[in-house]
Design a protein around this ligand. Structure first.
Ligand code: ZN
Length: 415
């Protein structure tokens, strides 16, 4: 008996060693010489197809998340006033919000029927919103409306509560739901660690955004750098003179406007209203997908072609105050593009830099540095009165953005 145990023990430890060595060898094969492999968090957006009863369950949990958010926000404000009245500060923190959630649950028994990790997620998000308000100067957290077409709740991975098979997502306490996605995403889902799942309703469709931890390999260095001037006439102008035109969204915009008008004339939530709403959502989804795809392509192109990418620090709030620019800016969400380039640069080992907001990139001559005060929004081309160089407005700006941001960040320019 003893012997047997000993043999098993020896065998066991050898087997463990074999597994460890095999794993190490597999990893070393993956690592190519000179290329870094990075661990990143990434959200995979999958369209889910809940059946009737599952729709009810999902809607109930979205309602719960909204209910908790609004109530905690109200509770905090009242308590803050009370504490303040007696001369004590009340800091929003996770412990306080957790206690508030427990009180709220005792008063509203229906919350016990919901998914609990998503309820705790609500006060974590609320706490983050308050931190942003107090420390980063963001707006005060707002109440959430039932009428907003975007609703969501997030489930944290805890043991085995989220399971994803080839065809469906199983969520503990809620049930399962079918999904569809590309084979590439299916592979990723199988091989990566899952952190959390956000269930979202957006423009009449349901989605699961699965946050995973995966690895990416850095892209090859090209030794080139580029400056980008984002604009309204063209989506982007590059410092090498290349112009990237805006997307043609005329048809989408026209249809969206048409159905928006129709909706405003129909009775809220009547049968015809819901029919129109479906068509309206179809066109908004089509428009969003078009923008999303174009931005992904453009950012991927820039990241593979260039090592250093320089952009302006967009003052979006300031732009919206400008009456001429505001309606156009709403159509093109420049922030999205900027963020995409930023995180992809980080993933793939490239450098993303931004020039100081107050640098006059349009008005400066990139050859001699002369500042031309006569340039208005309408000026497309101009000649520098000092060095006589002919400038294309946006190309000149892009060149300035590249040179200035390289100077500000103490980098060495690559051709
Ligand atoms: Zn000049």
């Amino acid at each position: 008996m003893f012997l047997c145990y000993k043999y098993y023990y020896v065998f066991g430890s050898f087997f463990d060693l074999y597994v460890i060595i095999k794993k190490k060898m597999e990893n070393s094969v993956k690592l190519r010489v000179g290329f870094m492999v990075k661990e990143i968090n990434k959200g995979l957006k999958l369209e889910i197809l809940p059946n009737g009863s599952m729709v009810e369950v999902l809607e109930q949990n979205m309602g719960n998340a909204r209910f908790i958010w609004n109530n905690l926000l109200g509770m905090y404000f009242n308590l803050y006033l009370l504490f303040n009245f007696h001369g004590y500060p009340l800091c929003p923190n996770i412990r306080n919000f957790n206690a508030m959630l427990k009180m709220l649950k005792q008063e509203n028994a229906f919350l016990y029927g919901g998914e609990s990790t998503s309820q705790q997620q609500v006060f974590r998000d609320l706490n983050k919103a308050f931190t942003k308000f107090f420390k980063e100067g963001a707006g005060y957290p707002r109440f959430k409306s039932k009428k907003n077409p975007k609703q969501s709740f997030r489930i944290q991975k805890n043991g085995n509560n989220i399971r994803i098979t080839n065809r469906c997502i199983r969520l503990a306490k809620l049930g399962y739901v079918h999904y569809r996605t590309s084979t590439e995403y299916k592979k990723l889902l199988k091989t990566s660690k899952i952190n959390n799942v956000t269930i979202k309703r957006e423009n009449g469709k349901y989605y699961a955004i699965v946050n995973i931890t995966t690895t990416v390999e850095e892209l090859e260095k090209t030794g080139k750098s580029i400056g980008i001037d984002l604009g309204l006439k063209n989506l982007a102008t590059l410092s090498n003179g290349q112009e990237i035109t805006n997307l043609d969204l005329k048809r989408e915009d026209k249809m969206i406007q048409k159905y928006q008008k129709k909706l405003s004339r129909q009775k809220y939530m009547s049968k015809n209203y819901q029919k129109t709403l479906k068509k309206y959502y179809k066109w908004t989804n089509r428009k969003n997908n078009k923008i999303q795809n174009a931005y992904h392509q453009l950012s991927k192109y820039l990241i593979t072609q260039y090592d250093i990418i320089a952009m302006e620090n967009l003052n979006i709030k300031g732009m919206f105050k400008n009456k001429k620019w505001a309606p156009k800016l709403q159509k093109i969400s420049l922030y999205k593009l900027l963020n995409m380039i930023k995180y992809k640069a980080e993933w793939y080992g490239k450098t993303f830099i931004q020039v100081n907001r107050f640098y006059p990139s349009t008005k400066t001559c990139n050859t001699c540095g002369y500042k031309n005060k006569n340039i208005t929004l309408k000026t497309r081309q101009w000649t520098c009165p000092i060095c006589k160089t002919k400038h294309h407005r946006d190309t000149n700006a892009a060149k300035n953005i590249l040179n200035e941001s390289i100077k500000q960040n103490n980098l060495i320019k690559k051709e």
